[in-house]
Design a protein around this ligand. Structure first.
Ligand code: ADP
Ligand code: MG
Length: 642
């Protein structure tokens, strides 16, 4: 989060950066810091892909190259001015980002890494081969740009980069704080839940990639002017790996992590150039690790056993540096070792590690909570009751997994405004039925009709947006996000503002955000989680996580709500509260399908109950009739009443 403290620190840091050319006129140092700032802009973008959506990209040096060559070509062929070139390189690179992302993000993990790597390589080859445009291996000379008739020199160009770094930081922060940022985080936290909240995982992965490419384009173009000479072999595999390492080392999901990561990949190789500096660096490094370990042990955050290897390792590295007489041969190996060390031992990156050492509690003021209102009015669907009797009709659904018929010719009619129970022994196909209804599985055969439209063939996020919300038997929250943010992901559909609104923080974007925040508070209070709004979902007790899932599902403003064992793991008083909540949901005109093992819940809240056994429907009717049914007693109630 970008609070007041952070803003103050960022402002101080920014002014310190502005002062650099006034303190030193040595162009070497100015250029070094300029490069760090340019890499940081790229890393802000890369972190959106890696840190937030959790995807790997090895294509970012290629995108960086496209940005640089947009400058090179426009400058060489058209002598285009800066004000045209900068936006164009962002747009061109974002376009290439989309070309890469649309096919690549259909796959994940190692496949994605390979596709993006291939992209980077192809770009490098193309730059090399398309001599008519790029001058091939000869490279292109670029001179510093002009602004309003004034030609920038080393110093003034440095300030331009400073200004664009600050601007990028503001824009990235705005994006990540908006509904877009929440969508990116959500799809990493739980892709299934994202889709079922109407946030299409694929669409937002591509979107994140395109935004990230835009930043890579800006960085690439600034780099071209900074270096004043570009050639294809800069944008190689090594650079792409360095970018990725910088993101991981600095720490994901922080802007300071990006800055630190950029500084490390620019400065560390330089520091290792000279033996004397290497000795100082390795000694400081060992000292820092030792202090970190001591603090960690004292605060009981870590043990001697787990810190002994890194402490001894870094001390030996320092000792080794004093034994060495020549560093040239060892440089790369040492660089690699240090990087490995950070990646292995500090998995949240250096910034993440420092934060955990100086962790502050993130309790937020209660008055914000009390000012919110219960905004349940938008959920009212009672007025729709004049339409057809059944809200959902499923006919002869067959769901086969290999030879197993998890659902076998089941038909289900759910009356509008009712609570429809779905019970049966474990493995009888209840959850599978929900997955079929929400588009996670496509049934082998059968029809499903919701509000007069077929469900089959539509994606989970389309089905969600058409009015079916759900919770999951195995809780699927966005763990790293707060309870409030989880609900706000459910409210994603209420936003109309686009990327430009978000970047410029327009009235529309602000209004939508404040309305959504109020609604989210209202929903949290509705399920009794008002006080937990700012707690991370993963830290909530299990029972509360289930309630949070209900609040998030209600945020979709659904007409039909599917609850998969909401009472599992709840204490007796919590179950009472849950029953009241389910009844209140019904009173708002929302139809509910309820899977539940606790018979007292089923008996007291359901209007109709269907019983599944081995994938088949064996009974259906009013709760009392079903409870008295001999077949049901034999299959289910006889043994498993809880
Ligand atoms: P429950 O009624 O307990 O919710 P489920 O719907 O989860 O039961 O499971 C019904 C049956 O379908 C089980 O035998 C389960 O192993 C099987 N099943 C569910 N999902 C899959 C899947 N993705 N692949 C193979 N088998 C599955
Ligand atoms: Mg189940």
């Amino acid at each position: 989060m970008f609070n007041k403290n952070n803003t103050f620190l960022a402002a101080v840091g920014f002014f310190a950066l502005l002062l650099v050319p006034l303190i030193t006129s040595n162009p070497y140092y100015i250029h070094l810091i300029e490069t760090i700032m340019i890499y940081s802009i790229l890393l802000f973008g890369l972190d959106i892909v890696v840190g937030y959506t959790g995807q790997v990209s090895l294509g970012h040096s290629g995108l960086f190259g496209i940005g640089a060559y947009t400058v090179g070509v426009l400058f060489l062929k058209f002598h285009a001015p800066l004000w045209l070139i900068l936006p164009l390189s962002i747009v061109v690179t974002a376009f290439f980002g989309a070309v890469l992302a649309l096919p690549a993000l259909r796959v994940t993990g190692p496949y994605l890494a390979m596709v993006t790597l291939a992209f980077g390589t192809i770009i490098q080859i193309l730059i090399n081969e398309m001599t008519f445009m790029t001058e091939g291996p000869m490279g292109i000379k670029v001179s510093k740009p002009m602004i309003a008739g004034f030609k920038l020199d080393v110093q003034t160009y440095y300030w331009l980069v400073c200004a664009l770094l600050a601007l990028s930081m503001v824009v990235v922060n705005r994006i990540l704080k908006s509904q877009l940022g929440r969508a990116f985080e959500a799809l990493r936290g739980s892709p299934i839940a994202s889709d079922c909240m109407g946030v299409s995982v694929y669409k937002y992965k591509v979107f994140a990639f395109v935004i990230s490419a835009g930043f890579a384009g800006l960085a690439g173009s600034l780099y071209a002017y900074s270096e004043q000479y570009i050639s294809p072999n800069t944008y190689n595999f090594e650079l792409t790996v360095l970018f990725l390492l910088a993101t991981i080392m600095g720490g994901r999901k922080t802007r300071s992590g990006a800055l630190l990561g950029a500084a490390i990949i620019v400065l560390l190789p330089k520091l290792l150039d000279d033996l004397e500096t290497f000795r100082i660096v390795s000694s400081c490094f060992a000292g820092l690790i030792l202090i970190g370990a001591l603090i960690g042990i004292q605060r009981k955050m870590t043990t001697i056993k787990s810190t002994i290897v890194p402490v001894l390792g870094t001390i030996s590295l320092a000792a080794f540096s004093f034994w060495l007489t020549n560093i040239t041969d060892w440089r790369l190996s040492i660089f690699g070792l240090m990087i490995l060390f950070v990646v292995y031992y500090l998995q949240d990156g250096i910034i993440g590690f420092l934060r955990s050492l100086f962790k502050q509690s993130t309790q937020v003021h209660a008055q914000e909570l009390s000012s919110s209102i219960v905004a349940m009015s938008s959920l009212d669907h009672s007025s729709l009751s004049a339409q057809s009797k059944d809200i959902l009709v499923a006919k002869e659904i067959l769901m086969q997994f290999g030879g197993l018929k998890a659902i076998n010719q089941v038909s289900l009619s759910v009356e509008r405004g009712s609570i429809h129970g779905l019970i049966g022994p474990n493995g009888s196909g209840k959850s599978t039925m929900m997955n079929v209804l929400t588009g996670i599985y496509r049934p082998t055969a059968g029809f499903i009709d919701f509000l007069g439209q077929t469900v089959i063939g539509r994606t989970s996020s389309e089905i969600a947006l058409s009015g079916i919300a759900r919770t999951f038997q195995n809780v699927q929250l966005f763990g790293e996000m707060t309870a409030l943010q989880n609900v706000m992901v459910g409210l994603h559909h209420t936003y109309k503002s686009n990327l430009l609104d978000i970047a410029l923080n327009t009235k529309r974007a602000q209004n939508e955000e404040s309305i959504a925040t109020q609604k989210a508070f209202g929903l949290l209070q509705f399920v009794g989680l008002g006080e937990n709004a700012y707690e991370e979902a993963r830290n909530l007790p299990y029972g509360r996580q289930r309630l949070l899932e209900i609040a998030r599902a209600l945020a979709l403003d659904p007409q039909l709500l599917l609850l998969d064992e909401p009472a599992a793991g709840l204490t007796a008083p919590d179950i009472k509260e849950l029953m009241a909540i389910i009844r209140k949901i019904k009173d708002h005109g929302i139809t509910v399908i309820l899977i539940e093992h606790h018979m007292e819940v089923v008996m007291s809240v359901c209007d109709t109950v269907s019983v599944l056994d081995f994938g088949q429907k064996i009974a259906e009717g009013k709760p009392l009739e079903v409870q008295a049914n001999a077949e049901v007693i034999k299959a289910y109630l006889g043994g498993a009443v809880t």
